[in-house]
Structures are given as structure tokens and as C-alpha cells.
Design a protein around this ligand. Structure first.
Ligand SMILES: NC(=O)c1ccc[n+]([C@@H]2O[C@H](COP(=O)([O-])OP(=O)(O)OC[C@H]3O[C@@H](n4cnc5c(N)ncnc54)[C@H](OP(=O)(O)O)[C@@H]3O)[C@@H](O)[C@H]2O)c1
Length: 303
């Protein structure tokens, strides 16, 4: 099971977000929670049954509505965040979240209201650290500066969209994070499986879980240039006798400022591959070859 093998790997964070529980994976009867919470209740049970709390790092996020939409069901207001953190703790069956992240920027809430509430959440012991996710660099810098000005808890991490076929974060966000000492934990490091060597040009759908179910990936990727880059990943993997996914992760790990990609997995072997990628070191020429076909893109993954 994922939690157990994560423990063996000794280096895994368990990412979640309020909104991901919207897709019920296994319904749990007789639970006083909305159906979308099932995944988190199960995750909490597995964590409590198989691990010591001080040996795992639990990260979750708040922003998107869960279990329906009504005024204050989402966003980063004080009212929402104070509910969201309590709901997450209940679902996960834990006393604290290690890394509590804001999933997106909220243009409808004053940033001071959000930041003071996050600070209060940390001071109350319900979260150890706070992080942020995809937004514009100017928005993130504004929040960092406001936290500093008021002496509130600072964001320690940025969870952004960054991989070999989406590199727009290299313009502003990565230099900002390096300069501000903020850790970078990119999402979709394999471009939702696109860089794993299983996707082909043309109409044929690869025989993998994500390629058959992940419609959003088609909105983000699958251009000609994306395929050219993915083909270079596969060629290099053959030459180096490693997996394509390991080349894509090794590239990311070689980028200045990247702390740890957040890998997704639909098989246990995916986790083993991810851990194995830590041993793959790319040369400057290999990196240049992988990067060479890239063309600038519009912003993808947030707006
Ligand atoms: N902050 C945000 O806005 C945001 C947005 C998106 C995701 N996230 C977070 O980021 C995490 C990772 O995102 P992601 O799932 O898109 O990551 P990803 O690592 O880019 O893609 C994971 C997919 O790649 C394939 N794969 C993984 N390892 C493989 C291997 N070794 N060999 C072959 N195929 C492999 C699997 O798909 P197949 O089924 O096709 O094999 C797997 O589901 C999510 O779980 C979520 O926590 C955050």
C-alpha cells in the first residue's frame, strides 16, 4: 500500500487538498462526513494504523469549495480557513497538519485577513508550517512582504506547475523563491504522466489509468512540441538505461530552487521509480538537449 511503501522510501510527503476529496474513491458507510471525504478518512486511518505521526509529513490545502458551493464555502477568508483547517483535521484523524497550503490566490479577500488567520492557525498548533500554491509571482511577493511587515508566519513553500513541458515558472516564480528562501515543490512533475513514455502522437489513447481518465491533461499538454520533448526523454532514458519518468524527475531535481517534486502514482512501482530518480544525474549536454525544443507558453494551471 502507498503509505507503507512511502515509509520504506523514507522520504515522502502525503499531499492532499480539501478539493481532491471531491472524488469519492471508496465510500465509507456510517460516517458523519460528506461522501467526498471518504479518501481522506481512509488516508487518516491508514496513517494512524501504519505509521507514527512524527515520522510522516502531512500536507494539505485550502481554497476550493468542498461538498457543495455556498457563500464562504471556498476562498481564503478567516471564516473559511478556520472551518477548513478543522474539517481537514477531522477527516485525516490527526491533531495537526505539517504543511498547510493555500491552493490559489483569493482576489476577494484582503491578504492581511488571510495571512493573520494562517498565523493564528500556526500559533494554535493546528499547522506547523504554511505554504502557497500556483499564483502570479507578484501576488506571492505581496503576501510574503505583508507577512514580514506584520511579523506573521511566512510561507515556506511554493507548490507550482513546473515540468519539462511547462517551464513558464522559470521567468518570475523560481527566481523569487530562490531569492526569498522559499522551497519549491512542483505539481505534475511528469506532466500528469505525459513524460512517462506511455503517450503517443495521434488518436490512440495509452493504456494507463491517467491517460484514460484525465481530461484536464489534454487541455494543458499534447502539443507537437510537447511530444518532441517527451520523445527526447524516452531516447535519453534508453541510452541511460533508466525509466523515462526518472529522466523527467532528474531534470526537475537538477533545476535551481527545486526542493522536491510532488509525484503522483497509480502503481506502487511508480513510487520506486521516483525514489530511484534521486540517483540519476544529468549532464549539462543532456539537460540542454531535453530543453532545446521548448517554446514559450501561455499561463497554464492558474489564472
Ligand atoms: N497545487 C495544485 O494546483 C495541484 C495541481 C495538480 C496536482 N497537484 C498535486 O500534485 C500531485 C502530483 O500531480 P500529478 O499526479 O499530476 O503528478 P505527475 O507525477 O505529473 O503524474 C502522475 C502520473 O504519471 C504516471 N506515472 C507516475 N510515475 C510513473 C512512472 N514511474 N512510470 C510511468 N508512469 C508514471 C501515472 O499516470 P498513469 O496512470 O498514466 O500511469 C501517474 O498518475 C497530485 O497528487 C496533487 O497532490 C497539485
Amino acid at each position: 500500500m502507498k503509505v507503507a511503501s512511502s515509509q520504506e522510501a523514507d522520504a515522502v510527503k502525503l499531499p492532499s487538498a480539501e478539493v481532491y476529496g471531491k472524488q469519492p474513491i471508496v465510500p465509507i458507510p456510517d460516517q458523519p462526513h460528506p461522501p467526498g471525504s471518504a479518501y481522506y478518512i481512509m488516508l487518516g486511518r491508514a496513517l494512524n494504523g501504519l505509521t507514527r505521526r512524527d515520522q510522516v509529513v502531512i500536507a494539505t490545502k485550502a481554497f476550493y469549495p468542498v461538498g457543495g458551493e455556498w457563500p464562504n464555502s471556498g476562498g481564503l477568508s478567516r471564516k473559511r480557513l478556520l472551518h477548513a483547517i478543522d474539517d481537514s483535521l477531522t477527516r485525516l484523524g490527526t491533531d495537526y497538519i505539517d504543511l498547510y497550503q493555500i491552493h490559489r490566490f483569493d482576489p476577494d479577500t484582503p491578504i492581511e485577513e488571510t495571512l493573520e488567520t494562517l498565523h493564528d492557525i500556526v500559533k494554535s498548533g493546528k499547522a506547523r508550517y504554511i505554504g502557497a500554491s500556483s499564483m502570479f509571482a507578484w501576488q506571492f511577493m505581496k503576501m510574503l512582504a505583508a507577512a514580514d511587515a506584520h511579523g506573521w508566519t511566512r510561507f515556506i513553500s511554493m507548490q507550482n506547475h513546473y515540468n519539462l513541458i511547462y517551464r513558464e515558472e522559470e521567468r518570475e516564480m523560481l527566481p523569487l523563491c530562490l531569492d526569498e528562501g522559499v522551497g519549491v515543490i512542483p505539481w505534475s512533475p511528469l506532466a500528469r504522466g505525459f513524460l512517462s513514455g506511455t503517450r503517443e502522437r495521434g488518436e490512440r489513447t495509452a493504456d494507463t489509468t491517467r491517460s484514460k481518465t484525465d481530461q484536464y491533461a489534454k487541455e494543458l499538454y499534447y502539443s507537437d512540441v510537447d511530444f518532441t520533448i517527451a520523445e527526447r526523454v524516452v531516447e535519453l532514458a534508453r541510452a541511460r538505461e533508466v525509466k523515462p519518468a526518472q529522466i523527467a524527475l532528474a531534470w526537475l531535481l537538477a533545476k535551481p530552487g527545486v526542493t522536491a517534486p510532488i509525484v503522483g502514482a497509480t502503481k506502487l512501482s511508480h513510487l520506486d521509480d521516483a525514489v530511484g530518480a534521486l540517483q540519476v544525474r544529468l549532464t549539462e549536454d543532456e539537460i540542454a538537449c531535453l530543453e532545446e525544443p521548448y517554446q514559450p507558453l501561455k499561463i497554464l494551471g492558474h489564472s
